[in-house]
Design a protein around this ligand. Structure first.
Ligand code: INI
Length: 165
């Protein structure tokens, strides 16, 4: 047996503080897909004891509008995490790169600048079929995944705070 000290490992689990509140910001564009993501996120949170009374849902026109609202909610200090949900589908539009890029950059920046986990639950695909696959059919549900990511990051943040980081 080695007497070498083991490293400390920090990792979040799906443990939710009783008072933690969550915000979901959902884009209306491609709502037939995004509605499934919202359902998935509510399911993911609900399965870990977060019922609707602890969740606010805010709707915005499109994925491009997610970042300012995610930032505002994260800055409010009222939420343990903010989930951004949307679907950017390339289709025939050259708009895709701008919308998807800005949504990803802006939601990421919200998390970095506020310290509140800001989760990127935005599907970016070439086709509607691929988007549907990621919204509760054969490739899982990105809203559900976003909920679990949020829970893990909240718990990780609490553990790092306890450790003095
Ligand atoms: N918004 C989306 O959420 N998904 C898309 O696929 C999309 N496309 O393809 O254009 C989209 N555009 C709208 C955009 O998010 C803004 O609402 C709009 O540009 C006004 O700022």
């Amino acid at each position: 047996m080695s007497d070498r000290a083991e490293p400390r490992i920090y990792e979040g689990h799906y443990t939710v503080p009783a008072e933690a509140r969550f915000a979901i910001v959902a884009a209306r564009f491609n709502h037939f897909v995004v509605d499934r993501l919202v359902e998935g996120a509510l399911d993911g949170l609900g399965r870990h004891g977060v019922d609707g009374s602890r969740i606010d849902i805010v709707n915005v026109p499109g994925a491009y509008e997610l970042p300012p609202v995610v930032t505002r909610l994260a800055q409010s200090g009222k939420f343990a995490a903010v989930l951004a949900l949307g679907a950017v589908i390339r289709g025939a539009t050259p708009h895709f790169e701008y919308v998807a890029g800005e949504a990803a950059r802006g939601v990421g920046a919200a998390g970095v600048t506020t310290g509140v986990p800001s989760i990127f639950g935005v599907i970016t695909t070439d086709t509607i079929e691929q988007a549907i696959e990621r919204a509760g059919t054969k490739a899982g549900n990105k809203g559900f995944e976003a909920a679990l990511t949020a829970l893990e990051m909240v718990d990780l943040g609490n553990k790092l705070t306890e450790a003095g980081y």
